[in-house]
Design a protein. Structure first.
Length: 279
């Protein structure tokens, strides 16, 4: 089907749906301009490119820095650039305006906090993989997280020669162990009370919308962690004959054959499609 006809079909499904579940992956933030490489990386990490030969923000995060002072010097800048030094974004605001008057919920594997900072109701967002704005005990000694903006800004302010002062290395206030980012990388990932609360709200949304006319709107989800969003969306669409599955993703847009008749797959830039949907 012609791309414009697919967009019009999606627009009609949005208007006619009783519920909309947004499933967002990295492709959404990429489309919105939050790139981890290219000019955005080169403009902000010149010293790191020169010293370490880094080619992008993401892979650099796995570098084995020799000291915590150097690690946090890099990672504080990484978090600042991707979480705190960001203005309102047109792509996310367009998405919000499309669904704001609908009964919606968001599940996302993104950790950049763009939904919460773009007028979306924080009670309607389940960030499964964590958030750049949170620290946790690296041990961890308890299932608790800590907002880090104050500490990140201090690291940026007092960093010298690509190191932070030793006294700014974040420590757990309970056991004294080093802090780490609250990002799902291994079994130490902390699922705190807020994580549990949002998971419960997500499950309640699914329960309340069961067997109703629901649109599963998948945006920028690839095959890095497909079991969290993509496969679940396919399964739920298959089990609910009133539902529709829609996917927008440039170069990586797929549906399942057994729900083909109730699928809308648009291989295009998400930002451009959202502009057309809002007209």
């Amino acid at each position: 089907m012609d791309k414009n006809k697919l967009i019009q079909k999606l627009k009609e499904e949005i208007e006619n749906s009783e519920y909309i579940l947004i499933g967002a992956g990295a492709g959404l933030s990429t489309s919105a301009g939050f790139l981890y490489d290219g000019k955005r990386f080169e403009d902000n990490f010149k010293d790191y490119i020169k010293k370490y030969g880094f080619t992008d923000m993401y892979s650099a995060g796995f570098y084995n820095f020799p000291t915590l002072e150097e690690y946090w010097a890099y990672f504080s800048l990484y978090v600042y650039i991707n979480r705190y030094d960001i203005e309102e974004n047109e792509t996310y605001l367009n998405l919000y305006n499309i669904v704001k008057n609908k009964n919606y919920f968001v599940i996302t594997t993104n950790v950049d906090g763009r939904f919460a900072d773009s007028k979306f109701d924080k009670d309607k967002i389940f960030a499964v993989q964590g958030d750049f704005s949170l620290f946790q005990c690296s041990k961890p000694c308890r299932q608790e997280t800590f907002y880090n903006e104050k500490y990140i800004r201090e690291m940026i302010k007092y960093k010298k020669e690509m190191k932070i002062p030793t006294e700014l290395i974040p420590k757990c206030p309970y056991c004294g162990e080093n802090m780490s980012m609250n990002l799902r990388a291994d079994s130490t990932f902390v699922q705190d009370k807020n994580w549990d609360k949002q998971k419960s709200k997500y499950e309640n949304f699914l329960k309340n919308s069961y067997n109703s006319k629901i649109l599963f709107l998948e945006l920028g989800v690839g095959f890095n962690t497909p079991s969290i969003i993509k496969y679940n969306f396919w399964r739920m669409t298959l089990n609910n004959k009133k539902s529709v599955y829609a996917s927008i993703n440039l170069g990586e847009c797929y549906g399942a054959s057994d729900i083909e008749e109730r699928s809308i797959c648009i291989d295009a830039d998400i930002s451009e499609v959202l502009k057309k949907l809002i007209k």
